[in-house]
Design a protein around this ligand. Structure first.
Ligand SMILES: [Zn+2]
Length: 184
């Protein structure tokens, strides 16, 4: 005998899964069958918003998901948006595996518009290193369940772009970008 409440809960879960799967179908038809959907989860330190999504299936990025990330990683000071490099999504996805995190990425900074970047350059984040935030190619992150030094080491091990280390107490984040492989 099944309790009515658990039935209702199952139905909710099913509907949630169906809603998630529907926009992916057109994409997954073209994708390599051997590769499943790739997910990412974020929490934004400044806006308080959370985002969890399937951003790619096989070798295809999900356009609607990239739009969601574009909005989520907007310049929170003025609402300006910029397409976020799809390769940055993949770097973050590999970092999930590399660190073993079960938590969302805490985002300190994503896209940075020309209007706010000069102001930020006067703060802790270096002038030269902040430019890729203007191109949607960089993100500043930390993980609640991974030591910052370990996240830093994992990011360096990718050898996939720039990696900056900004430890606590002054900052407490790792900068990751899709530019040339370099570190600071
Ligand atoms: Zn940065």
């Amino acid at each position: 005998m099944t309790h009515p409440r658990s039935v209702a809960r199952r139905r909710l879960i099913f509907l949630g899964a169906a809603a998630l799967a529907a926009p992916m179908l057109a994409v997954s038809r073209k994708s390599r069958a051997s590769e499943g959907p790739r997910t990412l989860a974020f929490e934004h330190a400044h806006t308080g918003e959370a985002l969890s999504l399937v951003y790619a299936v096989g070798d295809k990025y999900v356009a609607a998901a990239l739009e969601q990330v574009k909005h989520f990683l907007r310049d929170f000071r003025n609402g300006a948006t910029h397409l976020i490099d799809p390769a940055l999504h993949d770097q973050l996805h590999v970092l999930v595996t590399a660190t073993g995190t079960k938590e969302p990425f805490q985002v300190i900074s994503g896209y940075r518009s020309p209007a706010t970047n000069p102001m930020l350059q006067r703060e802790a984040h270096g002038v030269a290193t902040s430019s890729l935030h203007l191109q949607g190619q960089a993100i500043d992150i930390r993980l609640a369940d991974v030591a910052l030094a370990d996240l830093h080491g994992a990011a360096l091990s990718l050898r996939a772009g720039g990696v900056g280390y900004y430890p606590a107490p002054s900052s407490n984040f790792v900068h990751v970008d899709t530019g040339a492989v370099r570190r600071w």
